[in-house]
Write a protein that binds this ligand. Structure first.
Ligand code: PRP
Ligand code: URA
Length: 209
């Protein structure tokens, strides 16, 4: 599997264009983030193992399939990752949800951890870590480290938009974590924002600033 997996599905790419557009305001932005997350969830779970079962249909017995592997946990990185969580849960409503709070220091651009609450059986679950933006990679590297310190062994990272710098940093620190993204942009600016990007994801989701 290539790393990152770039999700080129036309619906994802179309919605990503709407997300990038500065004329898209919070209500639509929030809906689009969830819709893209739902479509990305479909791709990020494409290889989940199945086992054969039999069920009784109204017409007779059918050999059919159900998920057989680890149960899922979605872990959004606060704040912006929260925007993706409902979309994911729409596809996997039985998943548990953990939260990791991290913000980037505005001066140093380094991640600052402020919260972590995970399901007690996180070591038994396939963890899908959520953040719409992978910029320097500092937040994602930190979040994966926190997850591993608490026992998580199977982690996937889903990020709507990535910078090459972030992909390099996350892959170097945690080569076992596959990255799913909808686009890899050109570079970071002097404030470590993704160019051309979509701006500040948290501010656009929650209408702050
Ligand atoms: C944004 C984004 C990521 C992080 C990415 O969060 O949601 O968590 O920046 O940048 P990095 O790859 O350079 O670490 P931000 O710090 O703006 O916090 P917020 O979601 O609370 O607004
Ligand atoms: N965080 C964001 O929300 N946007 C960026 O471009 C970089 C980090």
């Amino acid at each position: 599997m290539p790393n990152p997996v770039v999700i080129t599905h036309p619906l994802v790419q179309h919605k990503l264009t709407l997300l990038r557009d500065k004329r898209t305001h919070s209500k639509d932005f929030r809906e689009l983030i969830n819709e893209v997350a739902m479509l990305m969830c479909y791709e990020a779970t494409r290889d989940l193992p199945l086992k054969e079962v039999e069920v009784e249909t109204p017409m007779g017995r059918a050999k059919t399939k159900v998920l057989s592997g680890r149960k899922l946990a979605f872990v959004p990185i606060l704040r912006a990752g929260l925007g993706m969580c409902d979309g994911m849960l729409r596809l996997v409503p039985a998943a548990k949800v953990g939260h990791i709070g991290i913000y980037r220091d505005p001066e140093t651009h380094l991640p600052v951890d402020y919260y972590c609450k995970l399901p007690g059986d996180i070591d038994q679950r396939l963890v899908i870590l959520l953040d719409p933006m992978l910029a320097t990679g500092g937040s994602a590297v930190d979040a994966v480290t926190s997850l591993k310190e608490r026992g998580a062994k199977n982690i996937r990272f889903v990020s709507i938009l990535s910078a090459p710098e972030g992909i390099e940093a996350l892959t170097a620190a945690h080569p076992d974590v596959p990255i799913y993204t909808a686009a890899v942009d050109s570079h970071l600016d002097e404030n470590k924002y993704i160019i051309p990007g979509l701006g500040d994801a948290g501010d656009r989701i929650f209408g702050t600033k």
